[in-house]
Design a protein around this ligand. Structure first.
Ligand code: TMP
Length: 241
């Protein structure tokens, strides 16, 4: 079950970054835009995305729980991911959808690897089992200073177990994402996330556009062209054009 699975018709886009980087808002805007253009999208997140994986997410993020060993944290994440890939991501890609996933494998490398110190090679190898070797077509890394992201998060009413890690921990996470982006320049694009929402959305659009034209061409080969929808959407629509 660990060999590379292909998803010839779908498009898999992941959104990554430190706490408070704005990726979830951008995922929503991108999803709205893509649907308004007639694309079929599946928006999902990790940890989570299925009822079982969402239960694992609650366990992982619960501040009141007992101390959790880094390995326990990693195993829980992989368990949730395996379920998520099987139940949601792979079927959606097989049907040709554009899957927008708020966090995926790169978060595990950044948080459990670069920040917690678990061995990256071990994480990659477990991750291959969890993902059925599915690799995103495009990963957007929303980057901004840790202090800015944490300030956003710490003013939120609810903070999870990882939000409350030290500044040092979150700096390692950020450095991890940037290092991964440097190592995978074809797949990973860094988006400056400190700017105004519309500007960030425009940068997202620029990064996604080449993938879309490929996807559209691919889709046209075996199914009717996507519907061109009526123009009426949020600011993001204009930003994304
Ligand atoms: P968020 O998606 O709402 O930002 O929160 C999810 C938290 O889970 C976040 O602190 C990062 C953490 N996480 C990991 O530590 N490893 C992972 O592989 C994933 C997907 C998330």
């Amino acid at each position: 079950m660990t060999q590379r699975r292909q998803h010839p018709r779908g498009l898999f886009i992941t959104l990554e970054g430190i706490e408070g980087c704005g990726k979830s808002t951008q995922a929503k805007l991108l999803g709205e835009f893509l649907r308004s253009e007639g694309y079929v999208t599946v928006e999902t997140r990790e940890p989570g995305g299925t009822p079982l994986a969402e239960k694992v997410r609650s366990v992982l993020l619960d501040r009141a729980s007992e101390p959790i060993a880094p390995e326990t944290e990693a195993f829980l994440i992989f368990a949730a991911r395996r379920q998520h890939v099987m139940q949601v991501i792979e079927p959606a890609l097989t049907k040709g959808a554009i899957v927008l996933c708020d966090r995926f494998s790169d978060s595990t490398l950044a948080y459990q690897g670069y920040a917690r110190g678990l061995d990256l090679a071990m994480l990659r190898s477990l991750n291959r089992i969890a993902t059925l070797a599915i690799i995103p077509d495009l990963t957007l890394v929303f980057d901004l200073p840790v202090a800015t992201g944490l300030a956003r998060r710490r003013s939120a009413p609810i903070q999870n177990r990882l939000d409350r890690e030290s500044l040092q921990f979150h700096r390692k996470v950020r450095a991890g994402f940037l290092d991964l982006a440097k190592r995978h320049p074809g797949r990973m694009k860094v988006v400056a996330a400190g700017a105004a929402l519309e500007r960030v959305a425009r940068a997202v659009a620029q990064a996604v556009a080449p993938m879309l034209s490929k996807h559209r061409r691919g889709a046209a080969e075996d199914s009717p062209s996507p519907r061109i929808s009526s123009p009426h959407f949020s600011q993001a629509r204009h930003a994304l054009r």
